[in-house]
Design a protein around this ligand. Structure first.
Ligand code: ASP
Ligand code: MG
Length: 407
């Protein structure tokens, strides 16, 4: 018998009425003969509310206790979802992460799943139950409640699907699939019928927030068939995330355009051009736990280089402090400065592998719009540029058109 995992996000379980709609959809699948595991998030806004409560007591809440609090959001949802199913005359049973049990490491608030003991839920499925599992939570080897990081219910859904060898993991959300770009920026953006895992990983890591990135990595690793769909629409196949590329003729060069405004740029000017300078700059940054994304090094005035990298906006001040206090004098640099008015725009597509001239087309498009490129980085299936924040929307719209994504 086919088994599917259906994960419903916060907006899909936001009210009792929405939860009843979830139950009706599950009932429909059940009547078609599927075994179903439902994974639910907390009702939308609830996790934020719980974090807010914790912060009213303690500004930097103790992580173990924070997990005890925030995991309750999902516990309410599983009870409600099971009730809604039972009310429709369907056998249903809820499980917290510990009850399943979903074993994680002990990194509170960002734990990783180590193992899922799925025997109990498999038995219930075989007895005809719909099993409703709390997303986002697990327990460590000592039995402490852990959570998987914001958006972690996606990862629960995928991990359960992997453990049970489900035929498909369906992620229900408030959009009807993955789009060529954010439709709020480009109204002509199109829903994709399918996207490859590699592309989805790039899109997710570049800030297209439909799926938690870890869940995509997990699905890639365990070959879970993933589909993103809307819980607000009765019909529609959503977007399938596949392992296969289309054949050459059908494969578009670019599948999507991702962007983010979350990064800031840090520049250290006039660094003596000697071996070890990159290490002397980035070592202290890494020691301060600051994640670096793009890096470029340019020839500066005679015998020196200029070094630029990007960090998350939240880390900008910390990065500048590290450079000013620990690096600048040490490497005899001239100047340190930061800029948080930047944006990153990336074009993503496996079709790039078999086409030349993709980068030059991107750069020509931007130059025709008079947009200056500050930084460039590339991978096999992605080209990213950093530009002035105020040109972001213009850049995305121009690229969307130039690569014919609106057709
Ligand atoms: N409720 C958690 C959050 O808001 C997990 C999730 O929704 O996936 O981050
Ligand atoms: Mg989510």
């Amino acid at each position: 018998m086919s088994l599917i995992v259906q994960k419903y996000g916060g907006t899909s379980v936001a009210t009792p009425e929405r939860i009843r709609a979830v139950a009706r959809r599950v009932a429909r699948y059940k009547s078609l003969g599927y075994q179903i595991v439902v994974v639910v998030s907390a009702m939308s806004g609830e996790t934020n509310r719980l974090i807010g409560l914790a912060k009213e007591i303690m500004e930097e809440p103790d992580p173990r206790e924070l997990d005890v609090m925030v995991s309750t959001g999902e516990q309410v949802s599983i009870g409600m979802a099971a009730l809604a199913l039972i009310d429709l005359g369907i056998k249903a049973k809820s499980y917290t992460g510990s009850q399943v049990k979903i074993l994680t490491d002990d990194a509170h608030t960002k734990a990783r799943i180590l193992k899922i003991d799925h025997n109990n839920i498999q038995e219930d499925l075989d007895k005809g139950y719909v099993v409703v599992v709390a997303g986002f939570q697990g327990e460590d080897a000592q039995g402490n409640i852990t959570t998987l990081g914001r958006g972690g219910s996606d990862t629960t859904g995928v991990a359960i699907a992997a453990a049970l060898k489900a035929d498909e993991c369906q992620i229900y959300t408030d959009v009807d699939g993955i789009y060529t770009t954010d439709p709020r920026v480009v109204p002509e953006a199109k829903k994709l019928d399918s996207i490859t895992f590699e592309e989805m990983l790039e899109m997710a890591s570049l800030g297209s927030k439909v799926l938690q990135i870890r869940s995509v990595e997990f699905a890639g690793k365990y070959k879970v068939k993933l589909r993103v769909l809307s819980s607000f629409e009765e019909e529609g196949d959503g977007t399938l995330i596949t392992f296969e590329e289309k054949n050459n003729m059908e494969q578009p060069i670019i599948s999507g355009i991702a962007f983010n405004r979350d990064e800031a740029k840090v520049t250290i000017l006039g660094v003596p051009d000697t071996p070890g300078s990159a290490y002397q700059i980035l070592g202290p940054i890494a020691d301060a736990n600051i994640e670096v994304d793009m890096i470029i090094q340019n020839v500066g005035s005679v015998g020196t280089t200029d070094f630029t990298f990007t960090v998350n906006k939240n880390d900008l001040n910390k990065a500048l402090a590290v450079l000013n206090e620990k690096v600048k004098n040490h490497v005899h640099a001239r100047e340190v400065n930061g800029n948080d008015k930047i944006a990153k725009v990336s074009i993503v597509g496996v079709g790039m592998r078999s086409h030349i001239g993709v980068a030059s087309k991107m750069f020509r498009t931007l130059s025709e719009e008079g947009i200056n490129i500050n930084m460039i980085s590339t991978s096999e299936i992605k080209i990213s540029v950093v530009i002035d924040e105020k040109y972001l929307e213009l850049a995305v719209r121009a690229l969307h058109k130039a690569f014919e994504l609106d057709i």
